[in-house]
Design a protein around this ligand. Structure first.
Ligand code: GRG
Length: 298
């Protein structure tokens, strides 16, 4: 079973809302952001964890994992819309295209972010009627909601915002990265595992691996903000400097940051290789994806 970006998009695009009716402006802004591209690593990791732990891929049923894959990408996209707003990073380019507030205005962009966040849960909830009473779906829904919220991504972003321009302790920097970035990666891998019927011990192991992936991912993002090419990454470089943000890379320098990214990725790989899985090829694909993220240029 292939899991390329276009395979993932073929699944998640089935769940986008249609831009019609009196609310069509906000719907059109939601669709614009969702369809703008991106690496789709969160739904990809979710599916790979699901595949890796599922009893049999022969009976693979997209109707349960599909809504959750779309939901995690909607939550992620909603966070990007809000992160780019003038009150936050005030960025004008995202995924190589004008940001939502530049194209639709700030008022519609705020509502489009809210709309996508809410629609994520409306979408994931579709899985309940497909398998009523399924414990894995209930667990997955609770993970999806909590990892995005005030004890997850939103909590991390809130400390990031109030610490703008202020020197960060190691502890606060770690809190910000673990929440604003790792939380959704943890959610992706844990939801995939929960939907495959994994027990709590296994779900926690994947949470630990995903936490390391998230830290590596954010530090690589910091490196790209300093050394990347705007035309390749599709968003402005030097955004952290412009916004007076301390990052791991500005505090520790590029070389130490690269070492840290490699260390965290190795840690994630070791955890994933240490668990008992049902499908080895999905595990290999997941480890390759994690390794590819270390050297990514976008
Ligand atoms: C939606 C509940 C909710 C809150 C929003 C604004 C905000 C709170 C959070 C921002 C979180 C944020 C932007 C963290 C940075 C994570 C990061 C490195 C994102 C880039 O992800 P990629 O590289 O992007 O996967 P693509 O475009 O490839 O999808």
């Amino acid at each position: 079973m292939s899991n390329s970006v276009s395979d993932i998009e073929n699944i998640i695009y089935k769940y986008i809302p249609t831009a019609k009716g009196y609310q069509q402006d906000v719907l059109s802004a939601m669709d614009y952001a969702f369809l703008a591209g991106g690496k789709r690593i969160r739904p990809m990791m979710m599916k790979l964890c699901f595949d890796m732990l599922s009893e049999s891929l022969d009976t693979y049923d997209e109707s349960v994992i599909g809504p959750f894959m779309a939901a995690i990408e909607m939550i992620h996209t909603s966070s990007l819309i809000h992160d780019d707003l003038p009150a936050l990073d005030n960025d004008e380019l995202r995924r190589g295209k004008p940001t939502v507030h530049v194209k639709y205005g700030e008022d519609v962009a705020i509502l489009a972010g809210d709309g996508l966040l809410n629609y994520a849960y409306e979408t994931a909830a579709k899985a309940f009627s497909i398998k009523p009473g399924d414990a894995g779906i209930e667990k997955a829904f609770a993970i999806l909601a909590s990892k995005a919220g005030v004890y997850g991504m939103l909590g991390g972003q809130s400390l990031d915002v109030v610490m703008t321009g202020k020197e960060l302790s190691d502890d606060k920097l770690e809190f910000i990265y673990l929440n604003k970035t790792s939380a959704l990666i943890e959610s992706s891998m844990m939801v995939g595992a929960a939907l495959a019927g994994a027990d709590d011990t296994l779900v926690s192991k994947l949470e630990e691996a995903a936490r390391a992936v998230g830290m590596a991912f954010q530090v690589q993002d910091d490196i790209l903000d300093i050394k990347g090419d705007e035309a390749v990454i599709g968003k402005p470089v030097h955004s952290d400097e412009k916004n007076d943000k301390y990052t791991y890379a500005t505090i520790h320098g590029i070389e130490e940051s690269k070492k840290y990214v490699k260390e965290m990725s190795d840690k994630a790989n070791a955890i994933i290789r240490g668990i008992a899985v049902k499908n080895d090829s999905a595990r290999e694909e997941l480890c390759s994806l994690i390794n590819a993220l270390i050297d990514r240029d976008r």
